[in-house]
Design a protein around this ligand. Structure first.
Ligand SMILES: Cc1ncc(C[n+]2csc(CCOP(=O)(O)OP(=O)(O)O)c2C)c(N)n1
Ligand SMILES: [Mg+2]
Length: 322
């Protein structure tokens, strides 16, 4: 994929949407209007947008995790649908039973997250394998955190994918913490991508705040997968800039660490880069920011006018019905 200025603008637009969606959810949580936990993805915009952008949204398939709102946008999910899901209103793809993105939208080729960490990787691998058996190459991309990477199923799925040369891309979002557990208490290898060699697959560790680098690395992974050369693991190093979810005050995270990563803000740094390279002017950026925010507010207003689903909806898909 040749990086054009049009692509750069789209990358920025998707990152801004993710940022404003996040800001909106943080406000709605404090107003008591969000449903369930709110898992901020602040700081993860470049990883989610740059990775999903490498895929072909018509051919490939996305299995996002709880910090990948940007990936949903890249795959064409609209703000209203996501807002209705997160605020559990009528029309929610989970019928209001959940607010954190555990939805599937087969038409958009998005299969949102299995909550049990690690369990989604074999599902993503299975999707690619089913198509491989039909003679079709469908790249599946999924995500896991630094903490989630330690779960046994991750190992099983990666070994299987490597053996079968499945076109699977695993993005490891190493955001330094798994709830309150820091990297130093999670693993003893230097980089999580060091493990790729053990599985017999490609792997790399990159700066997850650099959207163009994430896109470039993932594009190479997609090309490798399409050539039939199997899976790739891409470890994107970022920082979780909020608590695990908004109920968590993350007082266990050293303030200096947060200050250090604030300087690496993926959105603000990309804006500086784009303005400096004269791809967009400061005025155009202001207009884009304002439009993104006003679109988000309009989507919230429309969503809050909707009723909650009927209570009976909660019983669907729970018990087997005759
Ligand atoms: C098998 C399993 N164990 C525990 C949990 C509860 N849980 C959900 S997210 C999370 C922390 C995950 O940390 P990490 O993988 O680093 O992702 P992050 O939240 O930092 O993005 C935990 C313990 C779960 N969902 N599944
Ligand atoms: Mg983590």
């Amino acid at each position: 994929m040749k990086l054009t200025n049009d692509i750069r603008r789209q990358l920025l637009q998707n990152m801004l949407m993710a940022r404003e969606f996040d800001n909106a959810m943080l406000r709605l949580y404090r107003q008591g209007k969000a449903f369930g936990g709110v898992y901020s993805q602040l700081g993860n915009e470049a990883t989610s947008v740059g990775s999903a952008y490498a895929l072909d949204t018509k051919r490939d398939v996305l299995f996002p995790m709880h910090r990948n709102i940007g990936s949903h946008f890249v795959f064409g999910q609209d703000v209203d649908t996501l807002m209705i899901n997160h605020l559990a209103r009528q029309g929610s793809q989970m019928r209001g039973t959940d607010g954190t993105g555990h939805y599937a939208d087969p038409a958009k080729r998005i299969y949102g997250n299995v909550s049990h960490l690690g369990a989604m990787i074999p599902v993503a691998a299975g999707f690619s394998m089913a198509d491989q058996l039909r003679g079709v190459t469908t790249v599946s991309m999924t995500y896991i955190g630094d903490g989630g990477s330690q779960v046994g199923e991750v190992h099983e799925a990666l070994n299987f994918a490597a053996v079968r040369k499945l076109p699977l891309i695993l993005i490891i979002e190493n955001n330094q913490y798994a709830y309150s557990t820091p990297n130093s208490m999670e693993f003893a290898c230097e980089n999580l991508s060091d493990r790729a060699k053990g599985y017999g697959m490609a792997g790399e560790t990159i700066d997850g705040t650099d959207v163009e680098l994430v896109l470039k690395t993932c594009t190479e992974a997609v090309e490798r997968a399409r050539r039939g050369e199997g899976p790739t693991m891409v470890e994107c190093v970022t920082m979780r800039m909020r608590g695990h979810a908004e109920h968590d005050d993350f007082s266990y995270v050293p303030k200096v660490l947060l200050e250090e990563w604030k300087r690496k803000d993926p959105v603000e740094n990309y804006i500086s880069k784009i303005v400096k390279a004269k791809i967009m002017s400061a005025d155009e950026i202001t207009t884009l920011r304002e439009k993104t925010l006003s679109d988000m507010i309009a989507a919230i207003d429309r969503t809050l006018e909707l009723p909650y689903p009927e209570a009976e909806e909660g019983f669907k898909n729970v018990f087997i019905e005759d």
